[in-house]
Design a binder for this molecule. Structure first.
Ligand SMILES: NC(=O)c1ccc[n+]([C@@H]2O[C@H](COP(=O)([O-])OP(=O)(O)OC[C@H]3O[C@@H](n4cnc5c(N)ncnc54)[C@H](O)[C@@H]3O)[C@@H](O)[C@H]2O)c1
Ligand SMILES: O=P(O)(O)OC[C@H](O)CO
Length: 298
């Protein structure tokens, strides 16, 4: 293992932004499936030899990626993805568990559009891990323009980071249908209540939903066309086909698959999740105006 070295895995929007941010203080390697013309780009094997890894690949791809590529060798890992696996309904910490000991893994949450981070604009993030020691190890890597906080509530951060993507789709629909700011604020506020109700079943802490991981990231994502998920909602409100919207987007919108996971989990555990349910139905083809009527009745 290359002691004290750090690599980002995944050179999409978020991996590239984190690579830029972390490179302000030290040399940081980066790798991805296809070679990129980026400083310190290395092959996957070289990256995996680093002591510190930041993994920024889409949630739905992680299990297969771990099976195919990952061998635990004492690395310390930060997971940058936000989503719930649709096929299993498993949270990312459950997917990583057979591969990485709990004390070696943390999860990044909080409001953080890659497009702003890569410009060096200020933001605040939470590193969520059962190990505060792990947070202390990663904290010095972050540049001055990113303020980091520690939380032990991994599941709270995971639920909030994944759920807000589904709510951002709903908010994009609301905007596209010109329902007004009152409706949008109501939707976001009720969405926050809904994600907390969902999280409680999995033992998430209420405080995570009121801070950066929950309200912070939800307010950001559900209020801006910078969000891919919000743009999916806008497209759906214009009666565009989901496959066309996603093709045009060309980047991951985690809320699409996460809505399937939430639907299955809320059925299994009998959780009342009206907004996420309607998003799921609209993604399957329901007319957003009918969804609105049903939401107002529910
Ligand atoms: N973009 C943001 O502002 C932002 C901020 C916070 C969190 N996130 C989260 O980070 C994750 C990645 O998002 P992104 O914005 O970088 O998406 P993106 O679509 O820009 O890039 C995804 C990257 O993952 C790689 N990838 C896809 N499948 C892979 C596989 N099977 N194996 C290896 N690499 C694979 C792609 O090549 C691409 O480089 C998502 O979970 C997203 O929710 C994104
Ligand atoms: O562009 P989105 O919708 O994937 O959101 C990006 C980040 O999660 C915002 O914190």
């Amino acid at each position: 293992m290359r002691k004290n070295s750090i690599a980002v895995i995944g050179a999409g929007k978020w991996g590239s932004a984190l690579h830029f941010a972390l490179s302000q203080k030290q040399e940081v390697f980066i790798t991805s499936r296809t070679p990129r013309d980026v400083k310190n780009f290395v092959d996957l094997q070289t990256a995996l030899e680093c002591e510190y890894l930041v993994i920024a690949i889409p949630a739905q791809e992680i299990r297969a990626w771990l099976k195919e590529n990952f061998v635990f060798n004492g690395q310390k890992i930060l997971v940058a993805s936000k989503g719930i696996e649709a096929s299993s309904g498993e949270f990312l910490n459950e997917i990583y568990a057979p591969f990485v000991p709990e004390k070696n893994i943390g999860f990044i949450s909080g409001p953080s559009f890659a497009a702003e981070v890569i410009k060096g604009l200020p933001c605040a993030l939470v590193i969520n891990s059962s190990s505060k020691k792990l947070y202390k190890k990663f904290e010095p890597f972050f540049p001055n323009f990113i303020k980091t906080y520690y939380s032990s509530d991994v599941i709270g951060a995971e639920v909030a980071g994944a759920y807000k993507n589904v709510l951002a789709i709903a908010s994009g629909i609301c905007e596209g249908l010109n329902l007004g700011k009152n409706a949008q604020a109501s939707l976001i506020a009720r969405g926050l209540v809904e994600m907390q109700r969902f999280g409680k079943v999995f033992k998430a802490k209420k405080s995570s939903f009121l801070g950066l991981s929950g309200a912070g990231d939800l307010f950001l994502t559900a209020n801006s066309t910078m969000s891919r998920n919000f743009r999916v909602g806008l497209g759906l409100s214009q009666d565009k086909k989901l496959e066309d919207i996603l093709e045009e987007l060309g980047e991951v919108a985690e809320g699409v698959q996460t809505s399937v996971a939430i639907q299955n989990l809320s059925r299994k555990y009998e959780i009342y999740t009206p907004i996420a349910n309607e998003v799921n139905l609209v993604l399957l083809g329901k007319n957003p105006k009918d969804s609105l009527k049903d939401l107002l009745k529910s």
